[in-house]
Design a binder for this molecule. Sequence first.
Ligand SMILES: Cc1ncc(C[n+]2csc(CCOP(=O)(O)OP(=O)(O)O)c2C)c(N)n1
Ligand SMILES: [Mg+2]
Length: 597
Amino acid sequence: MAKTVSDYFVERLHAWGVRVMFGYPGDGINGVFGALNRSGGKIRFIQTRHEEMAAFMASAYAKFTGELGVCIATSGPGAAHLVTGLYDARLDHMPVLAIAGQQARTAMGGHYQQEVDLASLFKDVAGAFVQQASSAAQVRHLVDRAIRTALGERRVTAIILPNDLQEMSYEEPPRAHGTLHSGIGFTRPRTVPYEAELRRAAEVLNSGKKIAMLVGAGALEATDEVIAVADRLGAGAAKALLGKAVLPDDLPWVTGSIGLLGTEPSYKLMMECDTLLMVGSGFPYSEFLPKEGQARGVQIDLAPDMLSLRYPMEVNLVGDAAETLRELLPLLEPKADGAWRRQIAANVEKWWQTLAARAMQPAQPINPQRIAWELSPRLPDQVILTSDSGSCANWWARDLKVKRGMMASLSGGLASMGAAVPYAIAAKFAHPDRPVIALVGDGAMQMNNMAELITVAKYWREWADPRWIVCVLNNCDLNQVTWEQRVMNGDPKYDASQQIPDVPYHRFAELIGLEGIFVDRPEGLAPAWERALTAGRPVVLEVKTDPEVPPLPPHITFEQAVHFSEALLKVDPHEKRVIAGTARQRLASLLTGRKSE
Ligand SMILES: Cc1ncc(C[n+]2csc(CCOP(=O)(O)OP(=O)(O)O)c2C)c(N)n1
Ligand SMILES: [Mg+2]
């Protein structure tokens, strides 16, 4: 059989180093699946339950390996399903290639079955490069350019292949006017700012007395450099959500997460600093950063369009985090006085005690914060952590103390529900020898994570380390939004939109051959984690949690306090227990209307 366009396509992806792709088949892309089959396993195809999950997996695979993530889907509905997962990669700056089938070229424009204008559909999410092939000789440079653009610009790209073209015999581009002869290969450049800019940055940092650092995903490969610079400057450091694994939480000057899911010491760090050094972060909320004019700012980011976006920086350095910090270090003078750091460390120490006390507050039946608190000291070395969007992200962000060598990520920029299980699956295809733990709300389980457990049941036996745990917080509520409605909008809980059915998640796990554990007493939590972490197969650990424990931001504005009181006055059906619960959570200060600082 002559080599088809699809055979060539698969070969070319392989030549670029692609070894795994996540997806779902369909007749719009059958040509490529035939070629994958013929290629004898050169590229591993991982079958998901839904194309959106495949795109989340591609995004997470890129996050956990630093390589290109690839997902594949059929024309029309399959391609449309990819979109949310692709936006996840787009918003978190991950290199992902989407491959989509399309109807035959002879049918296009004919309102044909499953004909969707995919170039337009992908135009925003894969705006860096989206092309539909119309001839065989074009495919070579489409692959080369899509992958080089994705890797080089850390963007999502898309190739659309009409199904008739997939089956044609492949021909190299003829040497003729109007053809391209492209090649493969990309190596990340070393990106460092000019010396003069580094000196300007050093001047700002050297003249500051109270330095705050904010580190994000861009600093994940710069742990040593961040520590060295922070030590030299006597700085404290807060971590954006995607930068959770940049710094271990046992360092006394690490203030933990920042923002709505953040900590009080991070908030104080930002409100009291005189200098801000931001490294590799697109953390969105300016109100958690210093007031404009309060601090002098230096920012380091690989992407010029992320500079001076949340705070007007005095020095904007385009550069790789590790390389730039390494160049900066010799220019920095040690701070003589350690008072700022001592103050940060005292705040941090007090905060960990506060969290412990909050986690141990009684609840009905289980305080969700305690789930993360009990897990934290039990986290195995090298664990990969993920969380869904929902109240569990609060506990994930605040209560889990990460150590060196761990990884942690979630749907950050898009903050999409339904990402935790596909992220946890992709983590295993990236690192089959590492344990993986995901925290997930019951709403997110029902949305799509439950179905993706079937993918785990299909593949787990091939994972070198079988430890794969999803902890479901069963509160029969879309709790994060319930609290947002109360605190941000001043509305009482709207049962019609917020209440969700009770589902036995652990029993579903058992039905499909995984281990199910159910906990509805607080004392059962520690033994449940122990059991889950030593199980010989993937586990769904279902915990019955109390929806009336508020996932509070570290500081509450006056307006939010007023809204919240109003919500209660409007007779929230759950009012009585909320009041009891919030008192436990030291919400008295909120109800008396503490002014925002
Ligand atoms: C795809 C998507 N739809 C809706 C939302 C808005 N949203 C954010 S958190 C949340 C509630 C999640 O509920 P659940 O998974 O049960 O977690 P809980 O907050 O109850 O712990 C919703 C609806 C979202 N982020 N993503
Ligand atoms: Mg819930």
